[in-house]
Every structure is written in structure tokens, then in C-alpha cells.
Design a protein around this ligand. Structure first.
Ligand SMILES: [Zn+2]
Length: 192
């Protein structure tokens, strides 16, 4: 991946307000110098299509037959990757806390599956989606995400393809360096 590619991807996020830099109070109550919300870039079909095509280019050699995404975050980008690859795109969703295939979605034994997410934070939901495909007998040939914010900590057990890596530290308000500098903290989405 070239630096230009990564810069172009992140510019697309910034233009959509999906990547903000400053001093934010997150929903968790933690503070961060950055805010990332993939849904804000994916709400624009042109951006979603371009990101899906860029991810598809990374995995074109894998012989993917089906894209599988975890609901809800992975659905839009999964659809676009499927469109660009010319394969079907299905999703798994939680039922009683467990990720499962519903709505009549199924995978055949040996079917070559690509797991697609919007953003990987710990890799947990991506790995869980991989496990859903394997339980159905499919072969997971790779995983892909627009953004990896795990800081290299994800432990996905298939080749992982990503368009950009973003490192956004979080701080307890009591030990936030931005608070210490006196920078005003804002809630993402509010007009500062
Ligand atoms: Zn702070």
C-alpha cells in the first residue's frame, strides 16, 4: 500500500466528517485526540463504492466466492466489496448474543469466503465472523477492513487486508494530556 493511497482514503474520511482531529469526549466517557465514525463516510454511496472497489483490488487474487460481514457496521462496505468483485454479499447478525447466519443466508462446504468489516478495533468481531463461516463449512480466504485501529494488536487468523491504519489513543479524563494543556473538549458531532 502506498502512502498516497492511505492519504487519499483518510482525506475521503475527513471530507465526510468521519475522521475528526482535536479533543473529544467519546460515548465511553474517555477522551481522545481523534474521532472516527465509518458510517459518516459510508452514508455517501460514491464514497462507499470507491472504498469497496479499493478493498476489492487488494483481494482480487483470492478467488472469493462470497463476502460475509458482521451486522451492522460491515453491511454497507461488504455490499460494495461484493459488487466490485461480482460476488454475493451476506451478513451475520447477533441472536441471543451470538453471531449467526439468519434470513435464509447459507454457505456451502468449501465455499471461498472473504470477511469484510468497516473498522477493526480489537479484531474480535472479525474473528467471530470468520468462525461463523467455518462452522458452516466454508473456507475463509482472508479478511478485509477499511480501517485498522488496533495498532497492530488484532489477532485475526487469516491474511488481513486494510486500506488505512489509524491510531487514536484514548485517555481517562483524569490523566488526559489534552485536558492538561487546557484544550476545550467537545462531543463529536457538536458544532465547536
Ligand atoms: Zn481530555
Amino acid at each position: 500500500m502506498t502512502t498516497t493511497d492511505t492519504a487519499a482514503i483518510l482525506d475521503r474520511f475527513r471530507r465526510a466528517g468521519a475522521l475528526l482531529e482535536g479533543h473529544f469526549r467519546l460515548t465511553s466517557g474517555l477522551h481522545s485526540p481523534g474521532y472516527l465514525q465509518c458510517a459518516l463516510v459510508l452514508q455517501h454511496p460514491r464514497d462507499a463504492g470507491a472504498l469497496g472497489a479499493a478493498l476489492a483490488d487488494r483481494v482480487r487474487g483470492l478467488g472469493v466466492q462470497t463476502v460475509l460481514s458482521p451486522a451492522l457496521g460491515g453491511i454497507v462496505i461488504g455490499q460494495e466489496v461484493g459488487r466490485a468483485l461480482g460476488v454475493r454479499a451476506i451478513f451475520a447478525e447477533r441472536q441471543d448474543g451470538r453471531l449467526t447466519l439468519r434470513r435464509g443466508f447459507s454457505l456451502e462446504a468449501g465455499e471461498r469466503v472473504l470477511v469484510v468489516e468497516d473498522v477493526v478495533t480489537t479484531g474480535g468481531s472479525t474473528q467471530e465472523t470468520i468462525d461463523v463461516a467455518r462452522e458452516a463449512g466454508a473456507v475463509v480466504v482472508g479478511a478485509a477492513a477499511i480501517i485498522d485501529r488496533s495498532g497492530g494488536q488484532q489477532k485475526i487468523d487469516v491474511p488481513f487486508h486494510v486500506l488505512a491504519e489509524v491510531s487514536l489513543p484514548t485517555y481517562d479524563p483524569d490523566s488526559c494530556p489534552l485536558c492538561r494543556e487546557g484544550t476545550p473538549v467537545v462531543k463529536p458531532g457538536s458544532r465547536a
